[in-house]
Design a protein. Sequence first.
Length: 754
Amino acid sequence: MEGLNGPQREAVAHVDGPLLVLAGPGSGKTRVITRRVAYLVRAVGIAPWQVLAITFTNKAAGEMRDRVAELLSAGQAKSVLICTFHSLGVRLLRQYGSVLGLKQGFSIYDSSDQQRAMKQALAELEISTKHFPPDRVLGTISQAKNELVDVEAFATGAGDFYSKSVAKLYRRYQEILTRAGALDFDDLLLKSVELIRHPQTAEAIKQRFAYVLIDEYQDTNRAQFILAHGLAAGQGNICATGDPDQSIYRWRGADIRNILQFQDHYPLAKVVRLEENYRSTKKILAVADVLIQNNTQRKPKRLFTENEAGEPVEVVLCADEKQEAKVVTEQLSAWRTQAGLTYGDMAVFYRVNSLSRVMEDSLRTAGIPYQIARGTAFYDRKEIKDALAYLRAVANPADSINLARIINTPARGISDTTLKGLQLAALTGRRSLYDLMQRLGDVPGLNARAAAAVGKFAQQLESWRQLLGGLATEEVRLREFVEKVLKESGLEDFYRQDKTDQDQERLLNLGELISAVQQFEQEQLPELAEEAAGNAGADAARGLEWKLQRYLEQVSLVSDVDAVDPGLGSVTLMTLHAAKGLEFAGVAIIGLEEGLLPHSQSNQSPAEIEEERRLCFVGITRARRLLTLTHTRYRTIFGQTQPTIPSRFLRELPEENLKEVDRSEEHGWEAGGFANSTFTYGGKKDSQGQGQSAPRKSKGEYEVGTLVRHPMFGLGRVTSVSASGGNTRVQVHFNSGSTKNLILEFAKLEKVSL
DNA sequence: CCACATTTAATTTTT
DNA sequence: TTAAATGTGG
């Protein structure tokens, strides 16, 4: 209880029955959770393994684990389960999944795997991807899954053409995943809920935890809600903490009603409010508070702090994103030299990832160390994905979607046509690709050369599998196995031919992957093995296969922020979404412009604007001492330079706490010179006479009806001319009968004069 | 069958 | 601007 204020103590000392902690930013929420865990174990005498704490990211889980470890003995701390919803799902499914017909080595699909599966579903059902873009269909399905709407329920509720088509796709998609022994992210939750409702497993799961704590409760979706309440159903000791003003994942199915209606679910729930902020200066907090009061759909709440008033929040107007990056870079450097902050204690936030590039360039030139919170970036690289696909192919041969990815990477003489043939045979025979490859006699119309290539690869796969399930597996290191697969697959040699720098880098990345495997094996596997030994089913294989499965699971669940290491002493760059739950002494938020924040994709409804405002609120409240907000006059997005409108949120901030600076006119960034060169290109502004600049003229030469010649397509006639991102796009109907869209500046088009 | 060249499309946020 | 899809020549 040491060092806690009244409401915090109240929350910590609450033992039995539901508890809701409404915690404003910086109010010591994490502290309350960790202390409460310690209190339950040490003061009340609850067995540590009966306590479950659920966080939003693995990183948050790790931090909480560290903090709990400071309050308990090492043995006790280890026994408390602290993880994310998704990793909890994996644990439950690993242990009980067999009742749902799930195998041990199930694959976890990321969005690109999902995309492949969906494309296959579309192809099999002969539905056009034009009308049904895979992303969009997957989005609809994801939404359904988050609301626990399964295939049957979705089909029943489908009325219009779109829904009916999606229903078909949903069914086929799920069949493909099931056949592949795969689950997507949403399935991890959905299937966990199935377990909690399954007669064979419900009791065991409900009795397993006596105390359940859920952090960031405002961002839970329906599936997570049911899961959380199911887990706590045994003894009814559920504790939810969160802040409705920080709900920023509505688009991911988060239902803010979960927190707003907690008391309706549990009329006897104790409610504790934490409103004193220990993080930010008075001015920063005031800015955040005034901003968020513009939201109408919220419960009123007053934030206050005893901290010093601090510096005003700087709002800087820049000419364009390059200057913006420069201004922020100088600011960070000044914070270090003048305010005594370290780079590790500073961050730059932005609404969309694409804004990071200019910022990176600027920091790199200035020699300021930085890290980007994109934990997935490493695993997003082609070579890493390929490498992991090989490992997954060995761990789960039934996963045909995965196998198709690497069957001819690197090239080994298996063409698209051959693959299509195999897939068709697999579909009609209801067998996996792997299965089929082991018995090629069943595939019709396969030429000898292709058959030989496939056969060879099948043999290769089988040999790895033998190794995995072999007898002496206890002795084989995971690292050695991965090295072997990378060598024998030819992946390493493929990049070793080092034709380009890129190939060189890819080779290095493969090396890095091997180090990562080794690190996992040394640091995390022993703990997992220890834990597994304690569980029932200790006789389960602890061999190579088991190790590989654990590794692949871990890799699937890494999140963007997980990679952030504050000890590195570098500035952190991340999206506003990723910033949730973190804090820094100095924060810069860039791109406060209409269309960016609030984002143009979400200005349809007031509810969406309010979510964007909460996002802005989250960003502001991450700052402890210094905060800078920037916006620009012109911004180039996707090659198109456009004038911007300052974010409406800027206008909502209290002027008395701001210091507004206009640096857009500084030498080298004058709007005049700027507009003359790049800007008129876009053709948006024509205050400069009739805009008769050079590109316009070249555009003028080509009009509808102009006769042209193309080196490839021959003679043709222009059918339309339009501006496109600073370039001119022409549509030409060629005499050959084809119509092509060409960019005038790039296409080798010449005018034919009569 | 494969490597390379050309063309086209796409940019919200993520476990 | 870049990654992915498509087309082309060896």
